[in-house]
Structure formats: C-alpha cells, structure tokens
Design a protein around this ligand. Sequence first.
Ligand SMILES: Cc1cc2nc3c(=O)[nH]c(=O)nc-3n(C[C@H](O)[C@H](O)[C@H](O)COP(=O)(O)O)c2cc1C
Length: 239
Amino acid sequence: MNKSDILKAAKWRQAIKQFDPTRKINDDDFNFILEIARISPTSNGIEPWNAIVVQNADLRQKLIKVAPGGTSQLNTASHVVILTTKRASQLKPGSDYIKHMSRDVHDHPAVQFAAWKQVYRVFLSSMLGVLKNDDLLEAHAQRQAYIVLGNMMLAAAEIGIDSSPMEGFYSKKFDKTLAEAGVLDPTTDRSTVMVAFGYRPSDTATTKTRPSEKLKKLVFDYDGDHKTRRSLDEIVKTV
Ligand SMILES: Cc1cc2nc3c(=O)[nH]c(=O)nc-3n(C[C@H](O)[C@H](O)[C@H](O)COP(=O)(O)O)c2cc1C
C-alpha cells in the first residue's frame, strides 16, 4: 500500500450532492465497498448495525419527502445505503441478538457465552455507563455505524467512487417510511446515517477551487486542500 495513493484518494473525496445519474457502479465495485463495511471493527465485536441498500426508485422518492438533506443525492446516486443500528432491547446482554452474535457469529460454546456476556455487561454498565439508559446505549451502537461509514467512503474513494454521507432526515418519519416498505422493523432497528455512492459529473466544481478569489475572501477564508479542517495539533494530544 502506498501512502501517497491513500492520501490522494482522501483529498479527492468530497461530499458529492449531485451525481452523474447515467453512471452506475458495477456489482464487483459495490460488493467491495460492502465487504469493507462488513469487516469494519465494532465495540466488543457485536456489529450492532445493518445496511439497507435502496435501489428502488419509488422508495427513494418517498424517502426524499422526509430527507431534505438528501434530495439531490437520492435522485441521482447509483447506490444509496442506509446504515441502521440496533435498538436498546437488542443491545442488552441477554437479548436474542447478543446471543446470536456470541453463538452463531463468534462460535462461542455455551459456557463461554456466559463469561462473554458478563464482560459485555460490565463494559456497558461500569465502564461506559450506558446500560441503564436506552438513549445512551443506542448512541453507542450508532457510533459503530460511523466507523463503518468512514471506512466505506475512503475505500470507495480509493477505487474512484464518489460518496455523500447524510444525516439530514427526520428520523421517525424516515423509519416509518422504511417500515411501510417492509425493510425496517422500528422496534428492533433505527436509521442512523445514510450514504450515497456514484460518480461526480465531469464538470463538478471541487471544493478545492472556488470560482473567485474575491468570493473566497468575502465568504470565508477558504484556501482549499482540506485546510478548513482543524490542524492535527488541535486534534491530537500526544502524551
Ligand atoms: C455524518 C455526516 C452527515 C452529513 N449529512 C449531510 C446531509 O444530510 N446532507 C448533505 O448534503 N451533506 C451532509 N454531509 C456532508 C457534509 O456537509 C460535508 O462532508 C462537509 O461539508 C465537508 O465537506 P467534504 O465532505 O466535501 O469535505 C454530512 C457529512 C457527515 C460526515
């Protein structure tokens, strides 16, 4: 792996609002992005997320009505993925979902399940302090989805595929729409974040080249090349 290629992909990536609607991602490439999602790390390995890939045009139109932050992406993207996360009932140590992860995915024998469940319980209660608060418990699961999201977007960029992350939807109405379409059970899962994939039109203005120097100065001091980000000095503390 080459550092400069990864950096080039990360710099090329930008949140594309309008995709070229005529270009579709081939199955091999899309499956690569999904595989990257699948193998992403999650806390305790419980993988509290799922993906709904929305290719149905009618459903996309219904979602647009409750997702003002994703109108142009839902209209033009090749693929749209909704990352959903588990509800609190599913995340509790004794739930069927947790049993499933231990027994069926991690292949724990029954005796090991008991120990694993106990470690998980202590982690959620004493360490994170989220076990008794459903909102906090669900927020912890949601954080795992953002790791998946980031991995997918970077991997896509590395193979020249554009993406657009989106949280701009009314979550209750959004979930109701997905439930009516039969793809989400809101008692066990909730939408967390959406991401569209596709290709930018060749004439897409990049965030790195604002049209006029004057405009740059007037609106904000944007000098391109991702320098609108905080500096590493601000983000990273080394002890
Ligand atoms: C978690 C998350 C949610 C976002 N939600 C939306 C959204 O709903 N609609 C939208 O147009 N852009 C959305 N964005 C895109 C951001 O506005 C964009 O990433 C940011 O302005 C930085 O620009 P860049 O990604 O092109 O570098 C979201 C980004 C992230 C990371």
